[in-house]
Write a protein that binds this ligand. Structure first.
Ligand code: SIN
Length: 527
């Protein structure tokens, strides 16, 4: 994924310097902020309007930006304003880090049971507010309500999972090589964690990281994406109601000042860990910053998942899997199938069944009861999908359906199916992040594995086959962190989620809590 077209744009607008707004601009911005603040809650139509927070959160207080600026958040389905959040900067980031450092003094001493109980309460509150939280996701991200509820279930499952992980961060007793010494290993919180998240899962990418950090006993500063900040803020409100003390969670919202905020979140000495989900170019930039202070880093970056259909596959099942895997979130997940390779003898059957299923999609506003697929997040995302379509057609691919954006309001792209896409087309080398299913024909297992592994990234990979030998062989051979065999859906809180190559570092979910803890060895002598 290139920076200019990266769909998860959290950092794509990096600037090297910022300007101070003039007084008159400041007044206008502040006025807009107040006007918008009063309308944002109404725009969401929630049962509990107090879940809509349009301020940042530092040291247990909801706060505006010091310079008064705001970020406008719009609904990608209607292009209407949803409300604003503060345009915070370096000063607020430093305050948030100081607050988190102070809060660690007591939060770091809580027992695992205390943290478990607070996380369980947080989980229960998320469950009680399912309708509202899902609605916020749909309105700010665009995904259909049914899918937003799915994300909400996924998001809350991380909080439940990490509540249970908190009380199982066991140490070890290691047999000593010396008679007068006993060896003990303990695990301790890494202290202060910076969390940077993308817009494609406004809720689940926060809880996946926050749940682990809180369970481990860390304090946090969160930078949510400017496109979808309201989910992060609503979760913060619920965490606070659940009993998370002031300073343990801090939220800094930013867009224009993202370069300063991001740098501080990586380079400030008090920060000991950075966790990021987003594009590979931004991940590399943050990794470089964090490396200066030898910070621990977890990264879940871009993918380019191969989806392979062998001639011995259950074809209807492979079609179902491809539909779920390719079109989830309108193709805007980093584990979405990006390259669909189908073996010669089943190619025509697979293509026609896939086209039939995709023709039944109802694209529209995510709040519509019939809607199966929502908009893309913004215009840049549309441009990238169009570029991939045009490139493939120019190289001789056939258009089976779709191919352009939908006219009118909203950033909608037609579900698109291309056949006979050559292996060297752009769509086979770059993550599309949109509803484009590109079918490429292959003849042998050796050939398709060569193509599948010819990528700098390796997050997820999928294949369909009923030959048990092939299932083992291909699962072992794919150069990815996660494999789906005979399934197009792999995401769960309980799996070790993460990639190899330039798709990232570390694992989230299972083994995830260890990323937020230090291992300390203590030798007990003088026996
Ligand atoms: C992502 O797209 O970044 C995460 C996808 C998932 O957790 O399923």
């Amino acid at each position: 994924m290139t920076l200019s077209s990266a769909p998860r744009l959290a950092f794509a607008t990096f600037r090297l310097s910022t300007t101070t707004p003039s007084k008159s601009r400041l007044v206008t911005k502040t006025f807009i902020a107040y006007r918008m603040a009063s309308t944002s809650a109404a725009n969401f139509g929630l049962k509990d309007a107090s879940l809509i927070r349009n301020q940042g959160y530092i040291d247990g207080k909801w706060v505006d930006a010091q310079e008064g600026g705001v970020i406008k958040v719009t609904n990608p389905a209607t292009e209407e304003d949803l409300g604003t959040v503060p345009e915070m900067g370096l000063a607020e980031t430093k305050q948030a880090i100081d607050a988190a450092s102070r809060a660690f003094k007591s939060w770091g001493k809580t027992t695992a049971k205390e943290r478990h109980d607070i996380l369980k309460k947080f989980y229960a509150l998320m469950q009680e507010n399912t309708e509202d939280l899902a609605r916020i996701i749909t309105l700010e991200n665009g995904k259909p309500l049914v899918e937003a509820k799915g994300e909400h279930a996924y998001a809350s499952s991380f909080i439940e999972w990490f509540a249970e992980e908190a009380v199982r961060t066991y140490g070890e007793v290691v047999p000593s090589q010396f008679p007068h010494i006993r060896n003990v290993v303990v695990k301790q919180p890494i202290v202060l964690v910076s969390i940077l998240t993308p817009w494609n899962f406004p809720s689940a990418m926060i809880t996946r990281k926050l749940g682990a950090a809180l369970a481990a006993g860390c304090t946090t500063i969160i930078k949510p994406p400017p496109e979808t900040p309201f989910s992060a803020l609503a979760l913060t409100e619920l965490a606070t109601r659940a009993g998370v003390p002031p300073g343990v969670i801090n939220v800094v919202t930013t867009q224009a000042n993202v370069a300063d905020v991001g740098r501080e979140m990586c380079e400030n000495d008090a920060v000991r860990k950075v966790t990021f989900t987003g594009s590979t170019p931004v991940a590399k930039m943050l990794y470089g910053m964090a490396a200066k202070g030898m910070k621990k880093m977890s990264i879940e970056a871009g993918g380019n998942a191969p989806f392979i259909v062998f001639d011995d596959a259950d074809i209807p099942a492979a079609v179902e899997g491809a539909i779920a895997c390719k079109f989830r979130g309108s193709g805007q997940t980093c584990v979405c199938a990006n390259r669909i390779y189908v073996q010669d003898s089943v190619y025509a059957d697979f293509a026609s069944r896939l086209a039939e299923k995709a023709a039944a999609f109802k694209v529209g506003n995510g709040l519509g009861p019939e809607t199966t697929h929502g908009p893309l997040i913004h215009g840049k995302a549309l441009e990238k999908v169009q570029r991939h379509v045009d490139d493939a057609l120019a190289r001789g691919a056939q258009l089976l359906m779709g191919g352009t954006r939908l006219p009118g309001k909203g950033t909608f792209f037609q579900p698109t199916l291309l056949s006979d896409v050559p292996p060297d087309a752009l769509v086979n080398s770059e993550e599309t992040f949109g509803p484009l299913a590109a079918l490429t024909r292959f003849s042998t297992e050796e050939e398709v594995l060569r193509w599948a592994n010819d990528s700098k990234v390796g997050l997820a990979g999928y294949f369909y086959s009923r030959d048990v030998g092939r299932v083992w062989r291909v699962a072992e051979a794919l150069e990815v962190g996660m494999v789906g065999t005979n399934t197009g859906l792999i995401s769960q809180a309980v799996i070790p989620f993460g990639g190899v190559k330039e798709s990232g570092l570390g694992r989230e979910g299972a083994h995830g809590i260890e990323e937020y803890m230090n291992i300390k060895f203590v030798a007990f002598g003088g026996l």
